[in-house]
Design a protein around this ligand. Structure first.
Ligand SMILES: [Zn+2]
Ligand SMILES: [Zn+2]
Length: 115
């Protein structure tokens, strides 16, 4: 043992596998995550609602493109620097008014099928 604490927890994202590592999700939060989700987070943004625990995944490249097309260049630049697993205080379902405006705009564009 190297002194590192081993905490057996289910993966925060899929609730389906044992977490093998922790990831910094921003806002001072740390999530437990499994290997599979860690791999998925390289190609996708994964939002985890800290209020209800719901998980929303979108392909990284297309989400960045959506932000750009929606005119959120500042947000796009911020997201481009961030890793894949992100915490949000409230998801669309928990608080439709309180969601990050950039995320909402992109989600609406996905929902409308615009490409
Ligand atoms: Zn997982
Ligand atoms: Zn929620």
């Amino acid at each position: 043992m190297d002194g590192e604490r081993t905490i057996l927890r289910l993966c925060t994202v899929c609730h389906d596998a044992m977490a093998t590592r922790h990831t910094d999700a921003g806002h001072g939060k740390t999530f437990s995550i499994c290997d599979r989700c860690q791999t998925a987070a390289r190609e996708n943004f994964i939002w985890v609602c800290t209020h209800c625990g719901s998980v929303n995944m979108q392909p990284r490249q297309s989400f960045l493109r959506q932000l750009s097309e929606a005119g959120y260049e500042g947000s796009r630049a911020n997201y481009a620097k961030r890793q894949g697993v992100l915490s949000i205080d409230k998801c669309m379902e928990c608080d439709p008014q309180g969601v990050d405006q950039a995320v909402k705009a992109a989600e609406q564009r996905f929902a409308s099928g615009h490409c």
